[in-house]
Design a binder for this molecule. Structure first.
Ligand code: PLP
Length: 426
């Protein structure tokens, strides 16, 4: 058997295979660029380990209170080294990216403060944390107000609007790097830096926080090198390298990290408690693997864009543009196409490949959502996965792929399902 036979054995028809191989032939230069960034970031991570003097003893964990958890504390130093920040909070007690963002926001605001999103709204799940959508326990209930300045129609920052929105109560600015479920461009770290510089030129003491989810290691530099006081993300996305079974991180100034830590635990306890149990080894090893895992996910995303552009769908970003995150949006135009795409991704999975995903309600989201994931870690989106809210323009958001070869199969299988449902012609 050769590779083509193996694809056939998995259910990929000849015309799908040929279409995909032709698309791949165009991507050699893009892949070389991604490999170069992965090499840089791999070296950066190794240096961060070495500078923190990581030793075998750090791979083991603690139980109970978690006092003197040297593995956890050293891991936080490694994260601070990687992100070029004073400190970091990297914990298995942080349940998700949303939770990490939630404690970063709640820890760093006080009653009477205002949060400003100067580049469009925050991620869907932050709406309930902030209280944009009323929710029990939201920051709005604590007297913290919110203001938002949308991007200009051409996608640029509305500098006049931002200047007008900043007032004596503006305390924290939240900028989301990745496009999330919006159809704007993902911001490069350099563009985020320009926005932060502008905000700080008006009000120097404003805390600038970046939702860094999905962006880590896609470029050589992180937003923390461009003036962000805090960068925040999930360990079941890029920096966990597919190995972290849970967790989140906040890297930033000592003060910002401390204020988040006392919200995660309690005042007085802060970073001193929080047993790592058996997670330290996986957190270290996942971070070590992350530059290559992220590169595999990016290759999968670019391949998806190339294939779906050939099929006549609009892809965002397009296959030929520089990427700043691992998310690939494809405008599929109908619920049926979103379902077929996701069912293809599911059918290619190592786990639960026999399960058929359908749209349903999800906590934190205001429309039905479809999700495909056959992952080793529940909900992990550094693993091959696809999801999207069922609403116009019916964008599916595709991400992950621990290995490029598996990512490739997933995309081919999605095309196969679209073909079988009569939604495309090849
Ligand atoms: C995934 C994501 C989040 C939330 O992370 P969860 O782990 O799903 O809670 C926040 N912001 C962005 C941009 C994301 O992609």
């Amino acid at each position: 058997m050769d590779n083509r036979d193996m694809f056939r054995a998995l259910g990929i028809k000849e015309e799908v295979y040929t279409l995909c191989e032709e698309a791949l032939a165009d991507l050699r230069d893009r892949f070389a660029e991604i490999d170069s960034i992965a090499e840089y970031n791999q070296l950066k991570v190794v240096k961060a380990f070495q500078d923190a003097h990581v030793s075998e003893a750090h791979l083991y964990g603690t139980t109970g209170y978690g006092y003197d958890d040297i593995g956890r504390d050293t891991l936080e130093q490694v994260y601070a080294n990687v992100f070029g920040t004073e400190d970091a909070l990297v914990r298995s007690q942080i349940t998700s990216g949303t939770h990490a963002l939630g404690i970063a926001l709640a820890g760093n605001t006080r009653p009477g403060d205002e949060i400003l999103c100067p580049a469009g709204g925050p991620y869907d799940t932050l709406e309930e944390i902030i209280g944009i959508r009323p929710s029990t326990g939201s920051l709005a209930e604590y007297g913290i107000t919110y203001r938002q300045v949308d991007l200009l129609p051409d996608g640029g920052f509305d500098y006049d609007g931002i200047r007008a929105a900043i007032n004596e109560r503006t305390h924290l600015v939240e900028i989301q790097r990745s496009k999330g479920y919006a159809s704007r461009d993902t911001f490069s770290p350099e563009r985020i830096g320009e926005l932060i510089a502008f905000v700080k030129s008006i009000k120097p003491d404003v805390i600038c926080m970046v939702d860094n989810c999905y962006g880590e290691f896609t470029r050589r530099e992180e937003p923390s090198l461009y003036g962000a006081d805090m960068v925040v993300g999930s360990l079941i996305k890029n920096p966990g390298g597919g190995l972290a079974p849970l967790g989140g991180y906040i890297a930033g100034t000592k003060d910002c990290v401390e204020r988040a830590a006392v919200r995660l635990t309690t005042p007085g306890l802060g970073k001193e408690v929080g047993a790592s149990l058996d997670n330290n080894k996986l957190f270290y090893q996942g971070l070590f693997m992350s530059p290559v895992i992220t590169a595999n996910a990016e290759k999968t995303a670019i391949f998806a864009a190339k294939v779906y552009e050939r099929l006549g769908f609009q892809c965002h970003p397009s296959a030929d543009t520089t990427r700043y995150d691992i998310i690939q949006a494809i405008t599929l135009g109908s619920e049926e196409a979103m379902v077929a795409f996701c069912q293809g991704i599911q059918a290619a999975a190592p786990i639960d490949s026999f399960v058929t995903p359908y749209p349903d309600d999800m906590p934190g989201y205001d429309s039905k959502v479809i999700m495909a994931a056959g992952a080793f870690v529940q909900g992990s989106s550094i693993e091959l996965s696809a999801d999207g809210p069922i609403r116009a323009p019916y964008n599916v958001y595709f991400q992950g792929g621990l290995t490029w070869y598996h990512g490739k199969l997933g995309i081919m299988m999605s095309v196969q399902k679209m073909l079988e449902k009569g939604l495309i012609t090849i």
